[in-house]
Design a protein around this ligand. Structure first.
Ligand SMILES: [Zn+2]
Length: 329
């Protein structure tokens, strides 16, 4: 490899890391959105395998986490407040949190809602409207989609509803008209069921591109959440709001770490590294590979020590390649 190319890569990597560091450690006002999917009683959670251990949270652990947020003085806010904050129209204290649940599984209604009610908290469900979507396995009735009646009851008890598309297909692989249908039809269906405006959208599987953002704005969404880790800051736009994924195996210490500056930085760094193969391979090839990687290396293994070792190894490799390139000249 040409030395100039290597030096450019090193400079680019350094610039990207500096940007990431400034975003995670900058002193500006910031609030957080947490991302959950499904809940199960702890005894059933122990029987789960593979990636389900990341995307399902034991109900008892979820209650401990909500208690911890209350203990730390967090204020629970709505998607509309986050949108206004991101667009610079509303100020929020740093300890503001939006709890979100993707997909719309019945376990959120049965297990999470009573916990939120007990602790004076609120949250948002991002619903996939097709109850036959592959995200709701027919063999597992504990994770079926919420019924319309359950949705209306959840809304009357303080949960708000946003859209998570019609079918949960990766939007980035679809034609413009299909994306428009996924966004507009789910919005229409949810507004009919709840009788309220649906202005928030969460991207299924984090498969988005510029077209998804543009069409979301065109069909009337004011806020779009993705799964990129980070904090929400007053950035002038609410179409591209980051969230912190709370993985099912987290204990209380890991939960606190996930909310810390260093915890968010670690996840932002990892997602930046993971972004590239997804862009190159596309959803069809990258999704199954990602599933295997996630089942082997869940986030619990990502400690600061291991990341430091990995970083040092990477720097060593780059230095070695530079020396090699110069030696060959
Ligand atoms: Zn989803």
């Amino acid at each position: 490899m040409h030395p100039a190319l290597l030096i450019s890569i090193v400079l680019l990597a350094a610039l990207a890391s500096a940007l990431l560091l400034s975003r995670c450690f900058g002193a500006r006002n910031r609030v957080c959105c947490l991302m959950y999917h499904r809940l199960l009683p702890a005894a059933l959670y122990e029987k789960l395998q593979g990636t389900e251990r990341l995307f399902t949270v034991p109900a008892e652990e979820f209650e401990t986490q909500v208690c911890e947020l209350v203990r730390q003085g967090y204020r629970f806010v709505t998607p509309e407040q986050i949108i206004d904050f991101a667009e610079g129209r509303e100020t929020l204290p740093d300890k503001s949190v939006l709890i979100t649940f993707d997909d719309g599984c019945v376990s959120v209604y049965q297990l999470a809602l009573p916990i939120l009610e007990r602790h004076g908290a609120c949250g948002t469900i991002f619903m996939t409207t097709d109850s036959h979507s592959a995200i709701f396995p027919e063999s597992d009735t504990t994770q079926r989609r919420m019924t319309e009646e359950e949705m209306r009851d959840a809304v009357s008890r303080g949960l708000s509803v946003g859209s998570h598309s019609v079918s949960h297909r990766p939007l980035r692989g679809l034609a413009d008209e299909e994306i428009r249908h996924e966004l507009a039809e789910s919005k229409r269906v949810l507004e009919t069921i709840t009788g309220r405006e649906v202005c928030a959208f969460a991207v299924p599987g984090n498969w988005y591109d510029a077209r998804v953002l543009r069409i979301a704005r065109e069909v009337g969404y004011r806020g779009l959440w993705w799964s990129n880790p980070g904090w929400v800051r007053p950035a002038g736009t609410a179409l591209g709001l980051p969230r912190i994924h709370i993985e099912g195996h987290y204990n209380l210490r890991q939960f606190r770490h996930a909310l810390s500056r260093i915890g968010v930085f670690q996840r932002a760094l990892l997602s930046w590294i993971k972004w590239l193969p997804g862009r190159i391979l596309g959803p069809r090839f990258w999704s199954p590979i990602r599933r295997v990687i996630l089942s082997v290396v869940p986030g619990g293994y990502i400690s600061l020590g291991r990341l430091t070792v990995a970083g040092l190894l990477l720097v060593g490799l780059i230095v070695f390649l530079i020396i090699l390139a110069f030696a060959q000249r």
